[in-house]
Ligand binder design. Structure first.
Ligand code: GEK
Length: 249
């Protein structure tokens, strides 16, 4: 590992700029290198959602509990949560199953000067133990979990969360109406174009994600969160086909 006080070199995302053979999207070293640029230019609302994770965490965190960031990538969501936790006796745990992400994440955590320690685990979130939790974040991660495994994961989070605790769930969604689906998708693609992505980049990335990022409707998310054991579910943010929900135990 290189000097942790040096920021990791960041690159502009050009991964899909030249014609390439169709293959599934993977969170590998090449993606980790461009990730901050990629997610900011690809996910409408990401730069608004991140600072709000601090605000929401601050409202639901309970002393002496655990906070989890599941699918933490380079730690943007983890660091926002960290700054929202005012209690020294809390534990903050970031989990990602991409070793390339976790390796770089350590550097970003080290550059931040907040005193609360951050524990990073390279693990499949389907296997991570969730216990004594007050706030858990799934910031654009559940969409990458096989649909048949999503309920079990949400159940484990709900079971491991204290009453009054919360899950923040951000997702790309799909719409029941074909016409709304088409309009919101067009608006998302226009957002990407406005951020400098070409038509080739947009269409190649779309094909690469097709089998790995499975969006569901807001109604499907709501019903499953309630069924999993949360007592209240609300949408606190939406920009085009990207939403963030708050599920309270
Ligand atoms: C942020 N939250 O910057 N177990 C663990 N990690 C997983 C799994 C799994 N089964 N599946 C996918 N991941 C971050 C952004 S990115 C969102 C989260 C995006 C991880 C994967 O390796 C990746 O780092 C992360 O989930 C999703 O706020 O790229 O759109």
């Amino acid at each position: 590992m290189s000097n942790s006080k040096q920021p990791p070199a960041q690159e502009t995302d050009r991964l899909f700029a030249t014609r390439r053979n169709p293959e599934e999207f993977r969170f590998d070293a090449a993606v980790a290198r461009v990730f901050p640029d990629m997610i900011r230019r690809s996910v409408p609302g990401y730069t608004t959602i991140i600072p709000m994770l601090e605000v929401i965490t601050g409202q639901f965190v309970q002393p002496g509990t655990h906070c989890y960031d599941l699918g933490c990538s380079l730690g943007a969501s983890t660091l926002a949560m960290r700054h929202g936790i005012p209690f020294e006796d809390c534990r903050l745990i970031g989990v990602d199953n991409s070793a390339d992400m976790i390796e770089r994440c350590h550097h970003y955590i080290a550059l931040d000067d907040h005193p609360l320690p951050v524990e990073l685990l390279c693990d499949d979130i389907n296997d991570t133990e969730i216990a004594n939790a007050s706030v858990t974040t799934l910031n654009f991660t559940l969409q990458f979990i096989a649909t048949q495994k999503r309920l079990a994961l949400l159940r484990r989070i709900a079971r491991g969360t204290h009453k009054g605790g919360a899950l923040i769930l951000s997702e790309k969604i799909r719409f029941e109406s074909d016409s709304e689906q088409a309009t919101q998708t067009r608006l998302h693609h226009e957002f990407k174009r406005a951020n400098g992505y070409s038509d080739l980049e947009i269409s190649q990335k779309r094909s690469a994600l097709e089998q790995v990022l499975i969006p569901e409707t807001l109604a499907e998310h709501r019903e499953r969160l309630l069924y999993a054991g949360f007592s209240e579910v609300m949408t606190w943010y939406q920009c085009f086909n990207f939403v963030s929900m708050l599920a309270i135990k």
